[in-house]
Ligand binder design. Structure first.
Ligand code: MLT
Length: 263
């Protein structure tokens, strides 16, 4: 798989398929393998680019906070490297925070938006404090404790009991994350700005997807975005939690493909 020198770091990415470009941005603390079930389904008619964000997967980490703006600038620089002027930008959770930051900074490069299991609001003060503690914990103890604490919030109880293979994939992604990368992303998410005011300014086709049982970015957050983004579509996926693309792969892919064929 290719690597590129992006903003002075080695960035790993997948680039496959041909046609309209679609950039898929993973959440925290995952990597581009989050999209393993989307890439083959979507790349039939589209060119899919899925980076490992800085500090995740096979990409280099950097010590400063991975702010959403910095991560969005990395995505833009990767698009420059690949000579892609404009793309559909899709992100799940933190990837959605990055997608909104990308739209704010580079609206003319966005053909359409896909916002999965994410929200527009910034962190509360309490959430910021928790992020700071988690960042310290990642650096001092590694990712195992963070993975164990996060797992029950990421997946539905049904997925946890009936789909050990999904539990294993999610856990393995988290354990592969570099503690420095996780800490930098936690600090970056804590600093992120409230994008609520951006939503009414979004003028590209937008698909919002969310697991009906998402415990981290609940359906209400997606409904708020749906009401604020003119003409957006909202798809609520039953029997899915926060990692809805893995828990309801077929329904997620169908909604995504339908959207791509219409946008
Ligand atoms: C994610 O899945 O990217 C994170 O859980 C988002 C967050 O912690 O706000």
């Amino acid at each position: 798989m290719p690597n590129a020198r992006i903003n002075n770091l080695e960035m790993a990415y997948t680039d496959t398929g041909a046609g309209h470009p679609v950039v898929l941005i993973h959440g925290y603390p995952f990597n581009r393998s989050l999209w393993a079930d989307q890439i083959p389904a979507l790349s039939g008619n589209n060119r899919i680019i899925a980076p490992d964000l800085r500090g995740f997967g096979e990409s280099d980490a950097s010590p400063e906070p991975s702010t959403m703006n910095r991560l969005a600038a990395d995505v833009a620089a990767l698009m420059d490297h690949l000579e892609i002027p404009r793309a559909t930008i899709g992100g799940l959770s933190m990837g959605g925070y990055v997608a909104l930051a990308f739209y704010k900074e580079f609206a003319s490069r966005v053909r359409a938006l896909v916002l999965a299991d994410t929200r527009a609001q910034a962190d509360t003060e309490e959430a910021k404090q928790t992020r700071a503690q988690q960042a310290d914990k990642a650096l001092s103890e590694g990712m195992a404790g963070i993975a164990d604490a996060m797992l029950p919030k990421l997946l539905t109880p049904e997925t946890v009991s009936k789909h050990p293979e999904i539990v294993k994939r999610v856990r393995d992604m988290m354990l592969k994350t570099k503690p420095e990368g996780a800490a930098a992303a936690l600090r970056g998410m804590a600093e992120r700005e409230d994008q609520t005011g951006l939503l009414p300014k979004i003028s590209v086709p937008t698909l919002i997807l969310v697991g009906a049982e998402d415990a981290i970015t609940p359906v209400a957050d997606s409904e708020k975005m749906h009401h604020a983004i003119k003409g957006s579509s909202l798809v609520v996926l039953d029997h899915a939690g926060h990692v809805s693309n893995m828990e309801r792969t077929q329904e997620f892919n169908q909604a995504f493909l339908r959207f791509l064929s219409q946008s």
